[in-house]
Design a protein around this ligand. Structure first.
Ligand SMILES: Cc1cc2nc3c(=O)[nH]c(=O)nc-3n(C[C@H](O)[C@H](O)[C@H](O)COP(=O)(O)OP(=O)(O)OC[C@H]3O[C@@H](n4cnc5c(N)ncnc54)[C@H](O)[C@@H]3O)c2cc1C
Length: 443
């Protein structure tokens, strides 16, 4: 299995063009004191930094590369109001009271993200127009029907679109059923994370880039967060290093499985070709097991989540597969050229729920976002900040759990690789039997 720590692939040019400039801050040199030290400059670390600094806490944030280097600068861009699992799975896993709190918090997640964007005037091409989620099979359709019923009971503005409305919303007759969830939206991920970085700097957070933390050690009542050329001494620490974690704390890196996710962006489509595609500006995913995201960027480029090597830094994206999918969805696209491919690593836990650990008193770790990190990462960072300041207790929703090694991690590449191969076949089989046929029985 390749290692995200040594993946030097650049941030996507597509996003760099649409984002504020990098912060360009110097590395830590010598000793610093702060109330709170944060390790990792993605959504989780920066959301914590912002919420702490807003209340006058002195924060130092150490980032190993540059702000947004990890998943936060490379994501697809959907701001989702849900977990990997449906609400009923959350209730079964966490119990009714804790589960309902989590469902409500996640439902409000996009508003928390959009609230930050408004508060700090972050320009990140955010679209607050909802998300489309389509059924790729009869089982998928049943899941969506149950999801809509479940969420509507809790007051969520979510609706099931029939075949005609689906065709209009997607711009294609490919699917027969879609859900429109008005709580979500999309944005340019790197622009958001850099915007959060600039906002944190503006509030006085002492951010040091190119400062990988090597270890965290007790120092009397405080913690020392140690880099090659210096250390931050702080009363509390948050480790928010996601899939890119190193060995700064025992077993942290072993508590999840790092998986690589790839993205493709086309050259701009002509105005008449792109006109009917996703006319409401939503991004689209479907119920298949593997990657399905599609959205149209402001400049007319088509952006898709693609399948590809899940455990290797090298290897090619499965462009042919992505192209076949796009062509069956939008046959009017006569010539499709991919302009850019990039990838990032996702910290997947064994049950695909994120983790919040208090490793020792005052030393927190928040990670394992399992590919649902824009809203959930912001919520997680905010919750750690609240816990450190002992405030907003009635809104805490994350269980604090002990750190455990993921037992399957040494075998993850062959095991998950085999599972993904099986899912590829299953997805293909289900799709060929259901969508794209314009069969009245399916619509
Ligand atoms: C291709 C892709 C598509 C995705 N699409 C979506 C999507 O559409 N919607 C969604 O909600 N989520 C999506 N995700 C998931 C989401 O991007 C992540 O869950 C989220 O960005 C994680 O944020 P984070 O702050 O926890 O970690 P990261 O953003 O990964 O940040 C961790 C940071 O810690 C730094 N670091 C690591 N070790 C150290 C150290 N020892 N010292 C100092 N710094 C260190 C890293 O350099 C990195 O910048 C996607 C992820 C990928 C990769």
């Amino acid at each position: 299995m390749d290692d995200p720590r040594f993946d030097a692939s650049p941030l996507p040019a597509t996003y760099v063009r649409q984002s504020p400039p990098p912060l360009g801050l110097p590395a830590l040199s010598g000793d610093l004191r702060a109330d709170v030290a944060i390790v990792g400059g993605g959504y989780t670390g920066l959301a914590a930094a912002l919420h702490l600094a807003e209340r006058g806490t002195r924060v130092a944030l150490l980032e190993g590369h540059e702000i947004g280097w990890g998943g936060s600068g490379r994501a697809f861009g959907q701001v989702v109001p849900y977990a990997k699992h449906d609400g009923w799975h959350i209730l079964e896993t966490f119990g009714d009271a804790a589960g309902e709190r989590m469902i409500a918090a996640l439902g409000a997640g996009p508003d928390v993200v959009f609230g930050l964007i408004d508060r700090y005037g972050i320009k990140c091409a955010d679209r607050r127009v909802g998300l489309l989620f389509a059924a790729h099979s009869p089982a998928g359709r049943a899941t969506l029907e149950r999801r809509v019923e479940f969420q509507r009971k809790r007051g969520a503005p979510i609706e099931l679109l029939d075949a005609t409305a689906t065709e209009r919303a997607v711009g294609s007759p490919y699917y027969a059923t879609t859900v429109l969830d008005r709580r979500g939206g999309s944005l340019t991920p790197l622009a958001l994370v850099r915007g959060m970085g600039w906002a944190a700097k503006g509030l006085g957070v002492d951010i040091r880039e190119h400062s990988p933390v090597r270890q965290i050690v007790r120092h009397g009542k405080a913690w020392r967060v140690v880099t090659a050329d210096g250390a931050v001494e702080a009363g509390s620490v948050l480790v928010a290093t996601g899939a890119y974690s190193n060995d700064l704390w025992p077993n942290l890196r072993q508590s999840f499985i790092p998986m690589r996710a790839v993205q493709l962006v086309s050259t701009p489509l002509s105005a008449n070709v792109r006109g009917p595609i996703l006319p409401g500006g939503q991004s689209l995913t479907d119920t298949r097991r593997l990657y399905s995201g599609v959205r149209l960027l402001d400049d007319g480029r088509l952006h898709v989540s693609a399948d590809g090597p899940a455990f290797a830094t090298g290897g090619s994206v499965f462009r042919g597969k992505a192209e076949r999918r796009v062509r069956s969805l939008f046959p009017q696209i006569a010539s499709l050229e991919w302009e850019e491919a990039w990838s990032g690593w996702v910290d997947v836990t064994t049950d695909q729920y994120p983790r919040l650990h208090e490793l020792e008193p005052g030393l927190w770790a928040a990670m394992g976002l399992s590919g649902r990190g824009i809203a959930w990462g912001v919520l997680l960072g905010r919750e750690v900040a609240w816990r450190m300041m002992d405030m907003a207790r009635d809104q805490w929703f994350m269980p604090v759990t002990p750190l455990r090694r993921a037992a399957v991690r040494p075998y993850a590449a062959p095991l998950v690789g085999a599972l993904m191969a099986y899912y590829r076949v299953l997805d293909r089989f289900e799709i060929s039997g259901y969508v794209g046929r314009r069969n009245p029985d399916n619509r």
